[in-house]
Design a protein around this ligand. Structure first.
Ligand code: GCO
Length: 251
């Protein structure tokens, strides 16, 4: 009976939207576990700075600059990806607003970035995983894959869809030894949630609504990501691992 392995040495991991924030923290954790990481984003300068920061810490990293929401850009970038053993579909945006007055542009932008991008990039890398008979896909879902609040209808719909896309990928690709799981952050302090944390009322609500009594940090997500990317999770498939300080477990 061998001990479970959380090591990723020899693996190549692509993390979308990883020049900053949660994506960068996840990429850094995968690199620290031994993976060669491909950082992705649309801003080449930001990506280069992020790669340099990982390399400065002795990690193995490269930049892959392309727009994951653009089908032709994904198709054009695919040959340059090389082998992708681990894919983290992290790219995401928020465009908060009431549904009754939400523009189609705000609806489309969130669905395209948070959901369709995961389809496009997974469709690009899955054939290689299937051919090699191994692969890991981690879709960064959300607490809002299951719970909503006013002004987040587009985001919740996208993240709810991403939860079901995770299960659909499992249904089709598990037989090829591809594990597809979701990582669902709760309220994590990032650029995207900064406006909420700056509001004393909302900040107080999160701290009282969350059993842990605090906002999460991107670092709180890294262990779950490394686990799902590692051999230790080879029999975990179609699951959503929620990291939210207990918020979704209580009323
Ligand atoms: C909000 C928050 C949430 C969180 C999400 C993280 O507007 O309520 O931004 O959408 O960001 O739950 O997964």
């Amino acid at each position: 009976m061998s001990a479970p392995s959380f090591h990723l040495s020899g693996r190549r991991a692509l993390v979308t939207g990883s020049s900053q924030g949660i994506g960068f923290a996840l990429a850094r954790a995968l690199a620290a576990a031994g993976a060669h990481v491909l950082l992705n984003g649309r801003d080449a300068a930001k990506l280069d700075r992020a790669v340099a920061a990982l390399r400065a810490d002795g990690f193995s990293a490269e930049a892959r600059c392309f727009d994951v929401t653009d089908e032709s850009a994904v198709l054009a970038a695919t040959p340059q990806l090389g082998v992708v053993d681990v894919l983290v579909n992290n790219t995401g945006i928020h465009r908060r607003g009431p549904l009754a007055t939400m523009s189609l542009a705000d609806w489309d932008a969130v669905l395209k970035t948070n959901l369709t991008s995961a389809f496009l990039v997974s469709r690009a890398v899955a054939p290689g995983m299937i051919e090699r008979g191994a692969g890991k896909i981690i879709n960064v879902c959300s607490l809002m894959s299951d719970l909503a609040r006013p002004t987040t209808g587009n985001y919740a719909a996208a993240k709810g869809g991403l939860k079901m896309l995770t299960r659909a990928m499992c249904a089709e690709w598990a037989k090829h030894n591809v594990q597809v799981n979701g990582l669902a952050p709760g309220y994590i302090l990032t650029e995207m949630t900064q406006p909420l944390a700056a509001d004393p009322k909302f900040d107080g609500w999160i701290k009282s609504r969350t059993p842990a009594g605090r906002w999460g940090s991107a670092d709180d997500l890294t262990g779950a990501c490394v686990f799902l990317a590692s051999p230790a999770a080879d029999f975990v498939n179609g699951q959503i691992l929620t990291v939210d300080g207990g918020l979704s477990a209580v009323i």
